[in-house]
Design a binder for this molecule. Structure first.
Ligand code: EPZ
Length: 432
């Protein structure tokens, strides 16, 4: 029973300085699983998804699909059968969308298949306002009538969506995915210019083509989709999570590579591996998608610009900042994608990092060591950066607000414990 005026606050406590070794496995990609799950709305037939990561965001997307009318059965670890038995609702309610802004991904498929969708407007999050204007403008160009009222996007396309030429003024990952899913059942041809090229976009296209969609050009900035009448079910395996993999590579570099990483998708991390090499860290393949990490004696400071794929991903920016915080010299990281993705800087400074932010650039002056403190996770990927920092900091670090972490990293504390980390979850009562 929680005493009045108190609330429970979960945290991870880490005792730093213990050397880690062993094997760690990369799970299925969160940012592929979410659009792939949304794509099951496009068919009345059964879809089997494999390698689904067990993450809060995946559970939220399952809740959303069940709310719409899906039956979802577990077939095996990470293997789920999606079958739409009825159409209970064409609404994505605020209480679910507010937990996960990627819920916007049901808008395109719902509109495409049912010609109607009511989706709560996703709020912003700590890394930025996260607008969806480009999604909506593109759907209107395809013939949808969209109005936004009382915090909901209400979209109608009673005569069905029509193919159109979409010119995205900004590269948007979920925008590209939403329009691709809207276009596969639309009448005629849709061309997406300035499309996102992320591997997760390519994985979605691959799944849709297995369902009978007619798509070319995925992975380039111009995707062409010819609408078809119906899509059938399929069986699809989610690609490995390149961001989790990059996070584990930073972890290995911090512990001089006694860690084997399984399912490391080298092909999606070419540019990241190049930045590692500039720092003096080498990703060495030792088998089928298995790597170890070796580092030179003296690591070097670098300058990093986050950009859309295939360049340096914004989702690895915080993790590299932790690494560079103990590399002698001054490194620079410029965040070009989101307007507020340096929330981890003040938290890293509490651990003794020496970082200055000027507009969109952080200047990181390497220090000899970090020392433990109480900190908080500020967004999904920053929370991973704080865990990495806690593992190398001298003494104890306590990280609060770790729900961010569970949204994007499957059982991260268990995976780290298996490497010898002294890490445990706790709960404390906090004055409201
Ligand atoms: C996807 O978000 C990822 N999420 C994000 O990962 C990732 O950081 C981001 O792409 C960039 O790579 C999923 O795939 C579920 P965007 P998304 O639309 O699609 C602006 C994580 O850590 N924009 O590519 O929402 C936007 O503000 C998450 O797993 C508009 O202005 O990102 C941003 O500045 C965090 N209007 C830029 O474009 C729009 O309509 C890129 O955003 C849409 C986007």
């Amino acid at each position: 029973m929680i005493k009045k005026g108190l609330e429970l606050r979960e945290f991870l406590e880490i005792e730093g300085g213990h050397n880690l070794s062993g094997t760690i496995e990369v799970s299925g990609a969160k940012n592929a699983a979410l659009p792939n799950m949304a794509a099951t709305i496009l068919t009345e037939e059964e879809v089997i998804l494999e390698n689904l990561p067990m993450l809060l965001d995946v559970f939220t997307m399952k809740d959303l699909l069940r709310f719409i009318g899906f039956e979802i059965q577990k077939k095996d670890t990470g293997v789920y059968i999606f079958k739409q038995n009825t159409v209970n609702s064409l609404v994505a309610p605020y209480d679910l969308v507010s937990k996960m802004r990627a819920s916007i991904l049901v808008l395109g498929p719902m509109l495409s298949r049912f010609k109607y969708a009511k989706v709560a407007l996703p709020g912003g999050c700590s890394i930025g306002t996260r607008p969806v204007d480009l999604h909506l403008k593109a759907l209107e160009k395809m013939g949808a009538h969209i109005k936004v009222e009382h915090g909901y996007i209400i979209a109608r396309a009673y005569n069905g969506l029509k193919g159109a030429e979409i010119n995205f003024e900004k590269i948007t990952v979920t925008g590209t995915e939403n329009i691709m899913m809207a276009a596969v059942l639309a009448e005629g041809q849709t061309i997406i210019n300035n499309a996102a090229k992320e591997p997760e976009v390519v994985d979605l296209a691959k799944m849709l083509k297995k369902m009978g969609a007619d798509i070319q050009g995925e992975g380039t900035s111009r995707i062409i989709i010819n609408g078809v009448k119906k899509l059938k079910g399929t069986n699809h395996k989610i690609i490995p999570d390149r961001i989790e993999a990059g996070t584990f590579a930073v972890l290995s570099a911090l512990f001089d590579g006694n860690i084997i990483i399984k399912n490391y998708p080298n092909q999606y991390l070419k540019y990241v591996n190049k930045v590692f090499r500039k720092i003096g860290i080498h990703i060495i393949p030792i088998g089928e998608n298995e790597v170890i990490v070796r580092r030179e004696k003296n690591l070097r400071p670098v300058s990093i610009q986050t950009k859309e794929y295939p360049f340096f991903p914004t989702d690895l920016q915080a993790q590299f900042m932790t690494l560079l915080s103990i590399v002698k010299g001054v490194s620079k990281i410029t965040e070009n994608i989101f307007e507020n993705r340096f929330m981890h800087v003040p938290e890293l400074k509490r651990l003794g990092a020496d970082i200055k932010v000027e507009n969109r650039t952080a200047f990181i002056k390497g220090v000899k060591k970090l020392t433990g403190a109480e900190v908080k996770a500020t967004d999904l990927r920053a929370s991973a950066a704080m865990v990495l920092a806690g593992l190398i900091a001298e003494g104890k670090t306590r990280i609060y607000d770790i729900y961010h972490l569970d949204r994007g990293y499957e059982n991260i504390d268990i995976k780290l414990k298996n490497l010898g980390a002294k890490i445990y979850r706790g709960v404390v009562e906090k004055e409201i």
